[in-house]
Design a protein around this ligand. Structure first.
Ligand code: MTE
Length: 302
């Protein structure tokens, strides 16, 4: 008799993910009033069923234990979570400025009370060819745009991460990088329904190593476009410079849409490795979000 033992990545989603556990735990805690206001606002949000996955949700320990956040550790992804302790993420303000009719500074707690928070399952693909699939909590970036009213001349959006060398040891160690981390999107990309301003993960406030308290999630682009711990958002007329493009323009383009056919100069992008099993899967064009975003492009922007 042949007993076939399923490999780890073949475990059905309902077993592979602790989501049922965290959902009920979250609901219990919320019902018992055990969340602070911030926790409740950031973590709450019904799952939007429109955004489905073709694979199991990544186990929480893996998505929160294997991180790219160079401000804390530019060398060791598994060590980022051990170095975030001093980072103060509450209270938190971010500024929205530039070519907008209503420039303003938002207090995150106050903002979250009025935003339509929801949960979405998204694939997430790093340029280094690893990937995960996780439940983010947040709201569409275009909801923030409604509050600030971009002017017609605004064609791009520029994002900047907090710069606190005393709290971020990687900034001091890797001092040659042009800190703070900065990124950019075209305004129509920022306004796309998939583009999320995110404050939660697995139904809880965003862990510091994943970009607390507020980060972008742009799921059809390589992960470095999804900038963490944002303090400034500026609407501008011209395509802004980005952190990785500034170091290696040939390797990290402004658009950086996931494309299996366009190899990174140092490795193929045809296949990705799903954390934590490192199961290999074919990379999907636009990370599987072609139907939402292909119309934004004329085929040349990769
Ligand atoms: N944002 C900042 N400020 N600093 C970073 O080093 N790394 C990027 C992106 N955002 C990074 C960042 C990269 S390369 C990836 S793949 C994702 O964050 C990783 O997000 P995760 O740790 O939540 O998986």
């Amino acid at each position: 008799m042949l007993i076939r033992i399923p490999k780890r990545w073949e475990i059905p989603e309902r077993h592979a993910t602790p989501e049922s556990a965290y959902l009920s735990r979250r609901e219990l805690l919320a019902a018992a009033g055990l969340f602070g206001l911030t926790g409740q606002a950031q973590a709450a949000g019904q799952r939007n069923p429109k955004y489905t996955l073709d694979r199991p949700v990544t186990e929480e320990w893996a998505a929160t234990g294997f991180n790219n956040f160079y401000e804390f550790d530019a060398q060791n992804k598994e060590n980022v979570k051990n170095r975030v302790g001093k980072f103060v993420t509450h209270p938190w303000e971010f500024e929205v400025s530039g070519l907008v009719a209503k420039p303003q500074t938002f207090d995150l707690d106050a903002l979250l009370k009025k935003m339509p928070i929801e949960e979405r399952l998204y694939r997430f693909r790093c340029v280094e060819a690893w990937s995960m699939a996780v439940p983010w909590t947040g709201f569409q970036f275009n909801e923030l745009m409604k509050l600030v009213e971009p002017k017609p001349e605004a064609k791009f959006v520029r994002f900047v991460t907090a710069s606190r060398p005393d709290e971020m040891p990687g900034m001091r160690e890797a001092h040659w990088y042009p800190w703070p981390y900065f990124e950019g999107l075209r305004v129509d990309e920022a306004a796309n329904e998939l583009t999320l301003l995110t404050t939660g993960l697995y139904g809880k406030p965003l862990p510091k190593q994943n970009g607390a308290p507020v980060r972008m999630v742009v799921p059809w682009k390589y992960g470095y476009k999804s900038i963490k711990s944002i303090v400034k958002i500026e609407f501008v007329a011209r395509q802004p410079q980005t952190f990785w493009n500034k170091q290696q323009p040939a390797e990290y383009g402004f658009y950086s849409n996931v494309n299996p056919k366009k190899p990174h100069p140092r490795w193929s992008q045809a296949v990705e490795k799903v954390i934590p099993t490192m199961e290999r899967r074919p990379t999907l064009p636009y990370n599987g979000y072609e139907e939402f975003v292909a119309s934004l492009y004329n085929g040349r922007e990769f």
